[in-house]
Design a protein around this ligand. Structure first.
Ligand code: PMP
Length: 416
């Protein structure tokens, strides 16, 4: 069946025809038949260069041999035990060793679960009710954080969701990114704030970077006000390098949430941090958290293999950085009036003159022009995430030749 036919049928069975909103590309999404390296193949017989990469997890590209072998070996031994398994220890050791801020970790099955639990833990540990999030920050699709959220919520124009109890989200305060004064004002206005949750690099309104000293100031202010700092590194973890954004920028959070890359492409999340905090998680402490699929051997094996590969190839982050630089140079040469932003292997072309500093500025981008550009890129064989507000990625298997191809297509489509 062709993509258009599959989508018609899917719409009769699944809301919007999809399992996650941002996938509902108009007039219909292409359906993927397989992925290999930097490519995905559609059921319609096209081969596309993938710069969406599962929205971030696939830093080794599709069906990477190291991860595939680990999955295949584990599959023969079964894939769900409902008991502890040795594979959990391997991944836990990696995550702890790579993040000096993490003394203990709990594995879950998605980034959403990780942030939900980290927020609950912060509230329990401080005995306070309110949290602060950054406008446009996306931390998953649970009630407390679906307020002025990025990602699909921004793309769809519904930063809030129906069905959320106002009494709950009144405990979620918002501040603009890159605005320490605004943060200080909120911190000073109340003594009922448990935590600030922040993506150190905003990844769900396109990449938006911290200005020099901003994250350090965030750390100083939260410490001064005795408020826990949660770094949501679901995207940036192992993406900006081993040790994530906290190592990259040299700022130590109290709690960290991880996901995406640490599962090697299988469903995963994790939260971790200071021992005195993590010891409050059940069954050691009173903060309840549980999951049927948490720490399952298949995800643990895939994640351990992926992180092992990254450790064995430490120069990969430099190569990824060079890759996005090359794409950026092509964009500049096109003189299309927008701004190319990149950090490591995360990048985006914003259809506005300057790189945005926060959510409000990112939203000023010309989404109509983005849509036209996105369609052109797809027609030229490059699949970008279908939104001005989703970060683009390259992987370790996007070779120089592939990068050159992407850069060339960027240049052509922007010039057009
Ligand atoms: N936090 C961040 C920063 C994310 O980018 C995402 C997903 N894009 C999440 C949390 C939620 O993760 P998941 O989709 O695995 O629930």
């Amino acid at each position: 069946m062709k993509s258009s036919e599959l989508f018609e049928e899917a719409k009769t069975m699944m809301p919007g025809g999809v399992s996650s909103p941002v996938r509902a590309i108009r007039p219909y999404p292409f359906y993927t038949a397989g992925g290999r390296g930097p490519f995905i193949k559609t059921v319609d017989g096209r081969e596309l260069i993938d710069c969406c990469l599962g929205y971030g997890p696939l830093i080794l590209g599709h069906a990477h041999e190291t991860v595939r072998r680990a999955i295949e070996e584990q599959v023969t031994e079964g894939w769900l035990y409902g008991t502890p398994c040795p594979q959990e220890l391997g991944l836990a050791r990696r995550v702890i060793d790579d993040h000096p801020s993490i003394d203990m970790v709990r594995f879950v099955s998605s980034g959403s679960e990780a942030t939900m639990a980290a927020i609950r833990l912060a509230r329990a540990a401080t005995g306070r009710q309110d949290i602060i999030k950054i406008e446009g920050g996306f931390h998953g699709a649970h009630d407390a954080v679906l307020v002025k959220a990025g990602s699909g919520a921004t793309t769809m124009g519904v930063p809030d969701s129906a069905g959320i109890v106002p009494d709950l989200v009144k405990h979620t305060r918002q501040v603009a990114y890159n605005d320490p004064e605004a943060l200080e004002a909120v911190l000073s206005s109340s003594d009922d704030i448990a935590a600030l949750i922040i993506e150190p690099v905003m990844g769900n309104v396109g990449p938006v970077f911290p200005e020099k000293g901003y994250l350090q100031e965030v750390r100083r202010l939260t410490e001064e006000h005795d408020v826990l700092l949660i770094f949501d590194e679901v995207i940036t973890g192992y993406r900006l390098g081993i040790g994530g954004a906290q190592k990259y920028f040299g700022v130590t959070p109290d709690l960290t949430t991880l996901g995406k890359i640490i599962g090697g492409g299988l469903p995963v999340g994790a939260f971790g941090g200071r021992r005195d905090l993590m010891e409050q998680v059940a069954p050691q402490g009173p903060v309840y958290q549980a999951g049927t699929f948490s720490g399952n051997p298949l995800t643990m094996a895939a994640g351990t293999a992926a992180l092992g590969w990254l450790h064995d190839h430490p120069t990969v982050y430099q190569s990824l950085d060079e890759g996005t630089r090359a794409i950026g140079e092509a964009c500049e040469d096109a003189h299309a009036g927008g701004s190319f932003v990149r950090i490591g292997s995360m990048f985006k072309y914003f259809f506005r003159p300057d790189a945005p500093r926060n959510y409000a500025e990112a939203k000023e981008s010309d989404t109509g022009r983005f849509q036209t550009f996105w369609e052109k890129m797809l027609a030229h064989g490059v699949f970008l995430p279908p939104s001005q507000f989703e970060t683009e990625f390259i992987s370790a298997v996007h070779t120089d030749e592939i990068i050159e191809h992407i850069a060339d297509r960027y240049s052509t489509c922007l010039s057009e």
